[in-house]
Write a protein that binds this ligand. Structure first.
Ligand code: ZN
Length: 303
């Protein structure tokens, strides 16, 4: 495990600036044709959309509108569509979603499709756009508490029970993954073989409140068990905060992201995250640096 040994070396160096190698290519396939908007082009749009297939759209909110620059996901089945997250403050997501839905309906000779708005978790940078969807016709916006999420998806054994959510010919698996935040979920899509991994696994700083470390470990243990039985082409998270240099992140609230890490992470990093979480991580503000992500503990939070 290259990432693990580099972490150990970084610890020994006690913060000394290390010359880190450029990242070796990960074994996740490249899923996107274009580079993501990263704030380096002053004329970049407020939102960028790239399709994974004709029924799967990935939306990025420009870092110029909010330093979080989150990624959102819109998936269509025959019976309904699912939007995961509504963006951070400063974003205007609904017109983009409405446009994609209208194009999908035209392509399928349809008049309407119900929309479900779910969230990777309930932090503000993933739910800030909810209000714009609450009055939308044929739209259900799921609440922000674990009980709201469990009840909508019919999960009676939260968080230990995964469940299926069928969009119509497209049976997603919903995996409760509390830790980073109490209502966190991941979504596995067998159509694209992609795992939408939220803020629990992405190329960036994986923040874990120390009071939820045990929850996070248990979530990643369950995720690893799921991953051992399913083909995952890539994990796609909700942010990018790593550069394309191994172990090197951008500063907090960086206004631009020149030379970003790819969004796609290989499924093997689930095992690397799980192994990393076995370390002692009981003090706040600990950084455990891996090539493709950094585990960061933060002080206790209410949820
Ligand atoms: Zn976030």
């Amino acid at each position: 495990m290259a990432g693990w040994s580099k972490w150990a070396i970084a610890c020994l160096a006690a913060g000394a600036a290390l010359a880190r190698p450029a990242l070796a290519a990960t074994n996740a396939p490249q899923l996107f044709k274009e580079r993501w908007i990263d704030g380096t082009n002053g004329a970049e749009p407020l939102v960028q959309v790239q399709a994974l297939d004709a029924d799967t759209f990935v939306i990025r909110q420009s870092v110029k509108t909010n330093f979080e620059a989150p990624f959102l996901y819109l998936l269509f089945g025959q019976d309904k569509a699912l939007l995961i997250d509504t963006g951070a403050d400063g974003g205007v997501i609904r017109p983009t979603v409405d446009r994609i839905v209208a194009q999908w309906l035209t392509a399928h000779g349809r008049k309407m499709i119900p929309l479900v708005v779910a969230h990777s978790h309930s932090h503000g940078d993933h739910v800030a756009g909810d209000a714009a969807f609450r009055g939308r016709p044929d739209t259900t916006v799921i609440g922000h508490k674990p009980a709201d999420v469990a009840s909508f998806f019919g999960i009676t054994g939260w968080p230990g029970q995964n469940t299926t959510f069928d969009l119509g010919g497209r049976k997603l698996t919903i995996l409760p993954t509390p830790g980073h935040q109490a209502a966190a979920i991941m979504v596995y899509d067998p159509q694209t073989m992609v795992l939408l991994s939220g803020d629990t696994l992405y190329p960036g700083r994986l923040y874990i409140p120390i009071n939820f470390m045990a929850d996070n470990r248990a979530s990643v243990d369950r995720l690893a068990a799921f991953a051992s039985k399913h083909s995952i082409r890539a994990a796609l998270g909700a942010h990018i905060e790593m550069t394309s240099t191994a172990g090197q992140d951008y500063g907090h609230e960086a206004p631009t992201h020149p030379g970003e890490h790819r969004l796609e992470l290989p499924a093997s990093l689930i095992g690397e995250l799980r192994a990393g979480l076995k370390a002692r991580l009981d003090a706040a503000d600990t950084r455990q640096v891996h090539d493709h992500f950094i585990i960061v503990t933060v002080p206790a939070r209410p949820e």
